[in-house]
Design a protein around this ligand. Structure first.
Ligand code: CA
Length: 481
């Protein structure tokens, strides 16, 4: 028993186990498919009509779709850090993206004091892989192979160009010119530290590597954990010609390219599902699909019906499309409307793996699987936060049951009944001042756990942070402002 419950004990609750007989079942494979900057409405299962995602839709339909899934930050690096550490990134100084070319300019990464979920799963006997975008530290100490991933194929920075013949030419030109600090988006991909001069469109390359990983992992005799972090459809908007052809009816050029990029992911997911079936792993694999943050409507994305974009603490910034799929375990054809967080992955997955979380490891999510199965609220009366630091001020979003509180761009706090007003249109702060006060006080308490940022992005924010005492959150929790 002791081995099963570390995360639950930390949270002081014992919900989550009565429905599942863990002792007599093989531990499942866990496949996380993470998209980058994918908008809330940019997959068929979440309302897209112009983008076609048949493979994802099929999995979503056979699984449970989450309407209220949140990531812990409205942009890339901190959101990923939270997913893999089970903690809000602000608490270990990772509240900004690692800057581009971080190897040269910063040399930082997510603190090694945070044991990644991958490490816990690896130590419990899982064969572990990361494919795609890393963005959690580009120097050797923070390399995926050092953070619990047996196998890594991808790139270490915050983004990458997609078409090798194009980016390789640019890269070679810079090498020839003697440039020592070449933009991350152009550098070769790598496999376990070795440069790989890829030739395929890189979304297809990542799908191909995922198929390879599934094949190799299936021969190990242990379950696997695969973190498949596509950079699509993050900018630059670069699609394959054949995929663009599918979306000729889309007039907007950016939207057309974006749709084709999402379709490439979907096509790859189809191949991975086929590989799972061919290797007899399909029934025993929990597949989780989500985006790391909201989409950019100025770059082809659509977050309808949510307000706001990537980077915002409005819903469009950090509420993401998500499903769970696991035959005979996760309910099929269901929609789960209670609030969940990507912070929940750490305890949920490590419990499924019967893995031992280090005693000193703090985690903030909860094991949600049983509540998903029984359709219960996993965090009644508990808040989910998002805080984004800007130049001299901070934005905060708080979810609590049906409520959403927002402080954005120095405007006064607002309160929405988000279950009835998903578009954040009608401010109820005057009608429900006590509810708002409770939420703001909750966020203030949470802020006391924050650490100083270990790096800034852009670097110019370092001076602003210090000059304006942003560690003191000036004005942020003031209800009269
Ligand atoms: Ca992102």
């Amino acid at each position: 028993m002791r081995k099963l419950f570390p995360a639950i004990l930390l949270l002081g609750t014992v919900t989550g186990f009565s429905q599942i007989d863990k002792s007599n079942k093989t531990r499942p494979n866990i496949l996380v498919i993470l998209c980058d900057d994918l908008g809330y409405a940019d997959v068929g299962f979440n309302g897209a009509t112009d983008i076609i995602t048949p493979e994802l839709d099929k999995l979503a339909k056979e699984g449970t779709i989450f309407s209220s899934a949140y990531v812990a930050h409205p942009f890339c690096g901190p959101s990923r850090a939270a997913l893999l550490t089970g903690r809000y990134p602000h608490e270990f100084g990772s509240q900004f993206n690692l800057p581009a070319n971080s190897e040269k300019s910063v040399g930082e990464g997510i603190p090694l004091s945070e044991t990644f979920m991958s490490k816990v799963l690896q130590e419990s006997g899982y064969y572990t892989g990361a494919i795609g975008k890393w963005h959690l530290g580009a120097v050797p100490a923070f390399h995926p192979n050092k953070r619990g991933f047996d196998d890594f194929f991808g790139f270490l920075g915050g983004g990458h160009n997609y078409i090798p013949s194009d980016y390789r030419a640019k890269y070679d030109k810079q090498i020839a010119a003697g440039n020592k600090n070449i933009w991350d988006y152009l550098t070769p991909l790598e496999h376990n530290g070795k440069d790989m001069y890829e030739t395929e469109y890189i979304t297809d390359a990542f799908s191909r590597e995922a198929v390879r990983f599934v094949g190799e992992a299936s021969k190990k005799g242990t379950p696997f954990f695969l973190y498949l972090a596509y950079n699509a459809p993050h900018t630059p908007l670069e699609a394959k010609k054949e995929d663009l052809k599918m979306f000729e009816s889309i007039q907007d050029k950016d939207r057309r390219a974006y749709a084709a990029m999402v379709y490439a992911v979907d096509r790859g997911v189809g191949k991975i599902v086929a590989a799972l079936k061919a290797n007899k792993q399909y029934e025993n694999t929990l597949i989780i699909f989500l985006s790391d943050n909201g989409g950019r409507s100025d770059k082809g994305a659509n977050n309808f019906p949510l307000q706001g974009d990537k980077g915002d603490v409005l819903e469009g910034g950090f509420r993401v499309p998500m499903f769970f799929h696991w035959p005979n375990h996760v309910p099929a054809g269901k929609r789960f409307d209670y609030n969940v967080s990507s912070l929940d992955f750490y305890p949920t997955f490590t419990n499924l793996a019967k893995a031992k979380i280090p005693n000193d490891k703090k985690i903030e999510g909860k094991d949600i699987l049983n509540d998903v199965i029984t359709n219960n609220n996993p965090r009644k009366g508990e808040m989910i936060f998002a805080m984004r630091h800007r130049a001299g001020f901070s934005d905060v979003g708080i979810r609590l049951d049906q409520w959403k509180a927002v402080k954005a761009k120095k405007a006064p706090w607002k309160l929405y009944n988000i279950t009835e007003d998903i578009g954040e249109t009608t401010d109820l702060s005057k009608q429900y001042p006590e509810e708002l006060k409770e939420m703001v006080e909750g966020a203030k308490r949470w802020s006391k756990e924050h650490s100083e940022p270990k790096w800034f992005d852009p670097e110019s924010l370092r001076e602003i942070w210090s000059d304006q005492h942003m560690d003191q959150f000036p004005g942020v929790f003031n209800l009269s402002k």
